[in-house]
Design a protein around this ligand. Structure first.
Ligand SMILES: NC(=O)c1ccc[n+]([C@@H]2O[C@H](COP(=O)([O-])OP(=O)(O)OC[C@H]3O[C@@H](n4cnc5c(N)ncnc54)[C@H](O)[C@@H]3O)[C@@H](O)[C@H]2O)c1
Length: 318
């Protein structure tokens, strides 16, 4: 039986991917320092090690018995990365380098990694193809690109088999036999969990209504976390020694902030309170993924739509 090391497996996407891996018969070791994740999100059947990827000895212990790695562990708040770029470089780039060195030492060379649409930066090219020259607009995106570049070198020089999945906006929850696994970030910066928290006294802020889009609000591409977790397992089965592939994961469709709010109001049965405020620095107007490579390389397509992302998030918070 195959054992996978999941770094960051106590986090939102990592815990849901762990649950699906276990469901499909994989054994899983989770390594997480619980800096933003939650111990109780790790499914009971997984082996759990609390510790940081910055500690080579702990990583070595976590790799025991594993033949592949899915690497989620990272800090991922854009605003925080602007305030604390060194923290992000150390955790995300140095942490990944330590993980890769230990993998190399242990002869574990198969890896799927969380990359991000933040690597592309602001671009007029929509939908975004993986061949677009990456030009991150913030330190978080720079760290994700640096990790992708490390993997390109490792594939060429050490025969690593690697896939970076570049996610766009992830949303939704997963119901397991024992509990809902869901997004529990503090602070929460993502639109869907935040619009479900909005009240008349604390309405959802719409950052800019004068963008060059049909209704003036920003357009983003949303993918259900269950579909995303499924893409990781497919990627694990498509790894090729000596190759590093970068593959976008999104829905291939853009929704404006206003459209997301209107869909959510229908799903929950009340008007989501919102207020228009000024644009935020650094927000691109439109981000939509081309997902043709995911379809052709992984045989993957998104199965769950925006309403499902919202209704699952809503149900998981009841
Ligand atoms: N959520 C999104 O919309 C989104 C979009 C694009 C990319 N990503 C990437 O996906 C990955 C998972 O994101 P998420 O939303 O699940 O975030 P999350 O914060 O819920 O999960 C990250 C996990 O990594 C752990 N971690 C952080 N640093 C660590 C370290 N040094 N050692 C061990 N564990 C550490 C955290 O405790 C947490 O459990 C991240 O790499 C993120 O950059 C997320």
């Amino acid at each position: 039986m195959s054992r996978v090391l999941v770094t960051g497996g106590a986090g939102y996407i990592g815990s849901i991917t762990t649950a699906l891996l276990l469901d499909q018969g994989f054994e899983v070791t989770v390594l997480d320092d619980c800096s933003t994740g939650h111990r109780d999100s790790v499914p009971a059947q997984a082996r759990f090690i609390e510790g940081t990827i910055l500690d080579g000895e702990i990583v070595r212990r976590a790799l025991e018995g594993c033949d592949s790695v899915i690497h989620f562990a990272a800090k991922s708040l854009v605003g925080e990365s602007v305030e604390k770029p060194d923290l992000y470089r150390n955790n995300n780039i140095n942490g990944s380098q330590i993980l890769f060195d230990e993998m190399d030492g242990a002869g574990v060379t198969r890896i799927v990694v969380s990359s991000s649409a933040a690597t592309y930066g602001d671009t007029h090219e929509q939908p975004i193809l993986e061949t677009l020259k990456a030009k991150p607009g913030n330190p978080y995106g720079e760290t994700k690109l640096a990790v992708d570049n490390l993997l390109t070198d490792l594939a060429a020089e050490e025969n690593f088999a690697a896939i970076s999945l570049r996610y766009f906006n992830v949303a939704g929850s997963l119901k397991t036999p024992t509990r809902w696994l869901r997004e529990e970030h503090d602070p929460e910066t993502h639109l869907i969990p935040n619009l479900l928290k909005a009240t008349k006294d604390s309405p959802l802020k719409i950052f800019g209504t004068d963008w060059d889009t049909p209704d003036g609000t920003c357009i983003r591409d949303y993918v259900h976390v269950h579909d995303l977790a499924d893409a990781h397992i497919r990627a694990l089965n498509q790894l090729i020694a000596g190759r590093h592939e970068i593959i976008n994961i999104g829905s291939g469709t853009g929704y404006s902030v206003r459209e997301v709010i209107d869909t959510a109001s229908k799903v929950v049965g009340y008007e989501i309170p919102s207020v228009n405020v000024d644009r935020r620095d650094g927000d691109p107007a439109i981000l939509i993924a081309s997902i043709e490579k995911a379809r052709s390389t992984l045989g993957w397509s998104p199965m769950r739509d925006l309403s499902a992302m919202i209704s699952d998030t809503f149900e998981s918070k009841k």
